[in-house]
Design a protein around this ligand. Structure first.
Ligand SMILES: [Zn+2]
Length: 126
């Protein structure tokens, strides 16, 4: 019965490793307002709907931004914010509400290959 067991294991590991692309309605549900917080180093845990900016808020030197992919795949996204390094992104916050905008769009070249904008805290799928 060893062959049967190994087929079963293969079947289940395939089931659990399959990445599911969420339907549009659920994507919209997940994309509640995104805010940003400043941190000193890469966070171990990333909350959803939050962009973590690593850098010095007072000197306005920012290095990286981290966020979890908004598609639901839970992959960690790292964005370069350093001016001299390509590709680079810019994170801005609108005053008062701390809703984040990121420019330009984020297009993952692996995994879920999600392509989206963050504008005033909203995910806009490209
Ligand atoms: Zn994703």
């Amino acid at each position: 019965m060893a062959w049967f067991k190994s087929i079963l294991i293969k079947f289940f590991s395939h089931l659990f490793s399959a990445k599911v692309q969420l339907p549009v309605t659920e994507r919209e549900y997940l994309s509640d307002k995104w805010t940003a917080s400043y941190v000193n180093e890469e966070p171990e845990y990333l909350a959803s709907n939050r962009v973590y900016i690593v850098g010095n808020k007072t000197t306005h030197n920012f290095w990286y931004a981290y966020m979890v992919c908004p598609c639901g795949c839970e992959e960690r996204i790292m964005l370069n914010l350093i001016n001299d390094v390509e590709p680079k992104w810019k994170v801005s916050l609108n005053k008062g509400e701390d809703h984040a905008s990121i420019y330009p769009s984020i297009w993952r070249n692996e995994g879920c290959e999600s392509h989206f904008w963050i504008k005033n805290g909203n995910i806009v799928w490209a």
